[in-house]
Design a binder for this molecule. Structure first.
Ligand code: PMP
Length: 375
């Protein structure tokens, strides 16, 4: 029997066995609500949430109180973008973003446009990057928010987040970044990027469970959060910024996934880089002039490979490959429409329709990739 080679890790990842083991007790006997008081199951749950928060803060290089649990990046992006827009609408209504954002950013911004905000969608270069100079030129006195993704899910392209953060800091503009795709694959410390006010991440992109993520929200020197309207009002959990009973089992899973990602960061990056180079070598050897790569050669998330198979239809190809390998035509979230990311980097409809994304995992080997020799 052929086992399916899973090469769609940017869509989601398989839960790590240690993550599963850590979660199970919280689905069974340890069912306490961490917001309850005094009795043991509640304190046990609260301690487990605290430990997870600490592991996530360590991975991101931030303070534990700056980690706010959400259901994932879609919610985190909605929370920050709508929350900043709402709270600061009297200071200005101008928002800056880019053409290659995930829909959980772009669609939120477009919604805000329908209720009176002014949107500036920056164009990107042929790899999907914006330049710090573009951002600086776009900032106006009425700009209340800049939201620019850290790494792209279809191309693996990294934006110059540190430089953009410096510019936003100089102009005193709130800067948010969707960091969903880079966690566990790119080394960074939020401590070193003071101009970055918030980021979004989802646990299932780095071997944690689905349905849990965080918003990193930077506190000032007095440990105060920026002024922001919550998305979810209610019982006041997460310092009143995100109400709702915490999903303890998921949070524990995210904590363990973060601990593993932190401990194995250098090793995983190296493995992903080696696997990517090997995959490219195999593809070039097999398909030669009949393929074209969309992604940049350097300064990218390791393990994401976007390839055009000249004259082939990507949907048909993905379907044909499905019995032996799981790959995608791009983002799983908007697979029905032609990719807005590939269109934004200048590909025509034909080129978009012949593009496939391979997204690797550090837990596979070069030997697994040798399956490409048999295609
Ligand atoms: N941003 C990016 C860059 C993503 O790749 C994804 C998931 N495809 C999201 C946001 C949304 O994450 P989630 O579906 O976990 O809310």
């Amino acid at each position: 029997m052929i086992t399916l080679l899973y090469l769609d890790n940017s869509a989601t990842t398989q839960i790590h066995p240690e993550v599963k083991e850590a979660m199970l007790p919280f689905l069974l006997e340890q069912f306490g609500n961490p917001s309850s008081k005094y009795y043991e199951p509640a304190t046990y749950a609260k301690n487990a949430v605290n430990e997870a928060r600490q592991n996530i803060a360590k991975l991101l290089g931030c303070k534990t109180d700056e980690v706010l649990f959400t259901s994932g990046s879609t919610e985190s992006n909605n929370f920050v973008i709508k929350g900043i827009a709402d709270r600061r609408k009297n200071d200005g209504k101008h928002i800056i973003t880019t053409a290659t954002e995930h829909p959980s950013v772009l669609e939120v911004c477009k919604y805000l446009e329908t209720i009176g905000f002014e949107l500036n969608i920056l164009p990107v270069d042929k790899y999907g990057r914006v330049s710090p100079a573009q951002v600086a030129a776009a900032i106006r006195p009425e700009t209340i928010l800049v939201t620019i993704q850290w790494g792209n899910n279809e191309l693996g392209t990294l934006n110059p987040i540190e430089e953009i953060a410096d510019i936003c800091l100089q102009h005193k503009v709130f800067f948010h970044s969707d960091a969903t795709q880079i966690v566990g694959k790119v080394a960074f410390s939020l401590e070193d990027i003071p101009g970055l006010q918030s980021i979004s991440i989802s646990a299932h992109k780095y071997f944690g469970p689905k349905g849990v993520g965080i918003t990193f929200l930077r506190q000032d020197q007095y440990n105060l959060y920026p002024s922001i309207t919550p998305l979810l009002h209610g019982g006041g959990q997460e310092h009143g910024l995100r109400s709702g009973t915490l999903a303890v089992h998921n949070i524990v899973g995210m904590g363990v996934a973060s601990k593993i990602a932190h401990a194995k960061l250098a090793q995983n990056i190296q493995q992903l880089q080696e696997l990517e180079a090997y995959l490219i070598e195999l593809l070039v050897a097999k398909f030669g002039q009949n393929i074209k790569f969309n992604q940049p050669k350097e300064n990218k998330i390791p393990g994401i490979v976007s390839v055009q198979f000249i004259s082939l239809n990507n949907e048909i190809l993905v379907k044909k490959l499905a019995p032996i390998m799981a790959v995608s035509t791009g983002s799983a979230c908007s697979s029905a429409k032609p990719s807005h990311v590939l269109t934004a980097i200048g590909l025509d409809l034909n080129e978009v329709r012949q593009t496939i994304r391979f997204s690797l995992s550090p837990y596979i080997s070069k030997d697994d990739l040798n399956i490409f020799k048999q295609l």
